[in-house]
Design a binder for this molecule. Structure first.
Ligand SMILES: *Cc1c(COP(=O)(O)O)cnc(C)c1O
Length: 483
């Protein structure tokens, strides 16, 4: 496939206009220093060629609008198109963050109402939407924790991180200047309570818990865990990126959680993409609220306003108010679902995950056998013993038309395959995925070469992933070649 840079022909245009009936005086009157010195090297193509260029590129990539995307821990649910319809309403796109509050009451109302909805969902009263990603929410939560303890004159430097937590948790902890201390899982894949009790003392600021954890298991002893941490004066942070399993069923605040971040770009159906823009809103309990980033949206008799008067705030952690457009999408999603719909999201996400788990446990090792939440983890260890790596299985899935699950994570499972179907997939799609996984299990025994050569149907074959990460090239080299 040739890109539009390669098919460019000098003088070709995507439009025709009647010949101009004004002279060039306006341009001539522009001071020289504001004028471009060289012509821009843009491709010159017809409109249809431009459209085909982008359409073809979109098909060379894999995306949720193209097929099933069971990437564990990422909640690749379908993003309803109505979210886009509301987000491009001119009342949202043509306002400016520096506009006087009285002119943007509608936007403030959405932020306020969405905050209320998130409070209801999490059971925690105070909200900030300033963080723009999950890991950004984590950092903000850790900054809140530090300030909270400083305000009480306490010096707590340790954050306990279970080994079943998401990788960003220990990373955010270290980046925030805390010392991260691991708590192991027990044989059921849940937090080892005895070890937690041993490690929990008055030097510990926070337990950073992913629940459901990265094995897709609900920490059923969360109340006991909370009690142990709170008894020693610590806080509980819930990594709520996996809230897709809990909506309308469990309110984290009622299980003893003090701070939680949400991933609007996972659970609340706003698109993921290239690291952003996303939404990593935080909900916190009352006595942590005074430290939230400024401003917070308040409702007064006279209308909505942005309150900067929080003297104990950690300050700002992003420009303005976070990714406002993402908030409009999440708000639309919640209004469309209503509270009954919201609970069904999680119920269906859980049923779908368990259906896949039960359908595949004969063919692949299932290290933790209990009921799963919205995702579950298989191990490719049996296949590894026959000489086929989990990476080969993942690559073969691409040939069979599916995105691969998350592989080699969580680290506590050998050859892990972490599968999250989400609620937006039909039984037919799940069945097709099951067939593909079973076919692969057969191929491991009968024709392992097929797996080792995969993928053969994708635009590029196996990439040198280390080189790709170290020598990032994001620009087409057309300009250079033509210079
Ligand atoms: C995705 C995820 C994160 C990180 O969220 P980002 O928006 O990618 O920063 C953190 N924790 C869990 C459990 C996740 O699934």
């Amino acid at each position: 496939m040739k890109t539009m840079f390669e098919i460019s022909k000098p003088g070709r245009k995507a439009f025709t206009l009647p010949s101009k009936d004004v002279n060039g005086e306006l341009i001539e009157s522009l001071p020289h220093r504001f004028r471009r010195g060289k012509t821009l090297r843009l491709p010159e193509v017809s409109e249809v060629d431009a459209v085909r260029h982008w359409t073809n590129l979109s098909q060379r990539n894999y995306h949720i609008d193209k097929g099933f995307y069971p990437l564990g821990s990422c909640t690749m649910k379908y993003n309803p198109k109505i979210n886009e319809e509301t987000a491009i309403l001119s009342g949202f796109t043509e306002i400016h963050p520096l506009q006087t509050e009285s002119f943007v009451q509608g936007a403030l109302e959405i932020m306020y109402e969405l905050g209320n909805m998130m409070s209801e969902i999490t059971g925690l009263p105070a909200v900030s939407f300033q963080p723009v990603a999950g890991a950004h929410g984590e950092i903000t939560g850790l900054m809140l924790t530090r300030t909270f303890f400083e305000s009480k004159g306490e010096n707590r430097e340790i954050v306990l991180v279970p080994d079943s937590s998401h990788g960003t948790n220990p990373a955010s902890t270290t980046l925030s200047g805390f010392k991260s201390v691991k708590v192991s899982s027990n044989e059921r894949g849940l937090v080892n309570i005895d070890e937690l009790e041993e490690k929990m003392d008055d030097g510990v600021a926070l337990l950073m818990l992913t629940n459901p954890n990265t094995l897709g298991l609900f920490e059923s002893e969360i109340k006991i865990i909370s009690e142990i941490v709170h008894r020693k004066g610590g806080l509980i942070y819930l990594d709520g990126a996996n809230l897709n399993a809990l909506l309308g069923i469990v309110k984290p605040g009622e299980t003893g959680v003090d701070i939680v971040h949400l991933n609007l770009h996972k659970t609340f159906s706003t698109p993921h993409g290239g690291g952003g823009p996303g939404g990593g809103g935080l909900c916190v309990r009352d006595d942590i609220a005074p430290f939230l980033p400024i401003p917070v949206v308040k409702k007064r008799k006279s209308g909505y306003e942005l309150d900067y008067n929080l003297p104990r705030s950690i300050g700002k952690i992003h420009s303005f108010y976070g990714n406002f457009n993402v908030l409009v999408k999440a708000y639309t999603y919640l209004l469309m679902l209503g509270s009954n719909g919201l609970r069904r999201v999680s119920e269906n996400a859980i049923i779908n995950a368990n259906y896949l788990k039960e359908s595949l446990r004969e063919d692949y090792e299932l290290p933790y056998k209990q009921h799963a939440m919205h995702e579950f983890v298989l191990s490719g260890s049996r296949q590894k013993n026959l000489g086929v790596k989990t990476l080969d299985i993942a690559k073969r899935l691409l040939d069979l038309g599916f995105h691969a699950p998350t592989v080699y994570f969580p680290l506590i499972v050998q050859e892990a395959l972490m599968i999250e179907p989400t609620e937006t997939e039909s039984k037919e799609t799940l069945d097709a995925f099951i067939s593909a996984m079973k076919k692969i299990a057969d191929e491991v025994k009968n024709e392992p070469e097929t797996l080792k050569n995969a993928p053969v149907t994708t635009p590029v074959r196996r990439l040198d992933e280390v080189k790709a990460a170290r020598e990032l090239k994001v620009r087409h080299t057309w300009e250079k070649e033509n210079e």
